[in-house]
Design a protein around this ligand. Structure first.
Ligand code: SAM
Length: 295
């Protein structure tokens, strides 16, 4: 049996509870259920009175969340769906309004460490990176089928690889076919100067892998679509809490919250994790929480 410490370490749990849970008997939707860490915290904080719905595109992580939560309750409803289809999920459940939506963006520990998911440059695996294992589009398609110009744009924008995007895209195109994560790492390595390759602070493939993951899963497009849908499903006073890890994600959320007439800002500036949390969990370092409330 897995021990508590083996699960994905949820970020900013105290802050999420403080801003998301406005009443104990509310209805809360965790749109990125992952391994269920935030759901467990919401359940405990509300003494089991809240109705909690957990949504995730990845049935492997959902199974982990379900098994983990079953030890304490059978009352959580789990759905394998994309948050961009949140309207379909809630209509299907016959729930017209809820009191809070949570999104904790990024990758779960299970996805990074799991077998053959192809998210990490640290293991040699088939190129994949799908959060949704049912999707018929994966990182192989991006790396092997996109024109050089489009690859370069993605690496520049989503990877924030401002200096070397063009060179990396060219090297990828020249190295095709690229079937594995290590073949991709090698194509990236060939494009970079030695001082970047041997930089100890950050692996040289980090930014390109991030860019390809975001494109493979259409992450920014999904976030925009879901955000547009949330306000119509919120009771007045209900909240949207989003934890992001990428400056472009944060920008999408900030602009949406500022410009939506059905919402008011609860946090004018993003809430950052405490120093203590960052020391304990390095993944929390770039986390930012923004919160808006239904008027
Ligand atoms: N909060 C979770 C916890 O405490 O265990 C961890 C969430 S993890 C950082 C992000 C999750 O979002 C992953 O499990 C991933 O599969 C999921 N995800 C990514 N894109 C999604 C989408 N479009 N719809 C639903 N879930 C998605």
């Amino acid at each position: 049996m897995r021990k508590y410490e083996d699960y994905h370490k949820s970020v900013m749990v105290e802050e999420v509870l403080k801003f998301l849970v406005t009443k104990d008997d509310g209805i809360y939707v965790d749109c990125t259920a992952g391994e269920g860490g935030h759901i467990k915290a919401i359940y405990e904080k509300t003494n089991g009175k809240a109705k909690i719905i957990g949504v995730d595109v990845d049935y492997e992580v959902l199974e982990i969340a379900e098994t983990r939560l079953k030890e304490i309750t059978d009352d959580i409803e789990f759905f394998k769906a994309s948050y961009r289809d949140i309207d379909i999920v809630l209509h299907g459940l016959g729930i017209p309004k809820v009191d809070g939506f949570l999104m904790d963006l990024g990758v779960s520990t299970f996805q990074l460490k799991g077998e053959n998911r192809g998210f990490t440059f640290r293991k040699d695996e088939p190129l994949d990176m799908r959060m949704d294992p049912d999707s018929d589009f994966n990182a192989w398609n991006v790396v092997n089928e996109y024109p050089e110009e489009q690859l370069s744009k993605i690496i520049f924008e989503y990877g924030e690889e401002f200096k070397f995007a063009r060179r990396i895209a060219r090297s990828i195109v020249n190295s095709r076919p690229i079937n594995t994560t290590f073949e991709l790492v090698e194509a990236i390595r060939k494009a970079l100067p030695a001082k970047i390759v041997y930089n100890k602070r950050r692996h040289f493939a980090t930014k390109t892998f991030q860019a390809i993951r975001i494109e493979t899963n259409k992450e920014f497009d999904n976030i925009r679509t879901a955000l547009e849908k949330f306000p119509d499903f919120l009771n007045p006073g209900g909240r949207i809490c989003v934890i992001s890890f990428h400056s472009l994600e944060d920008k999408i959320i900030k602009n949406f919250f500022r410009n939506n007439e059905k919402l008011k800002l609860v946090t004018k500036k993003p809430i950052l994790p405490s120093e203590e949390e960052v020391n304990e969990n390095p993944r929390a370092r770039s986390a930012r929480l923004r919160v808006a409330e239904r008027i």
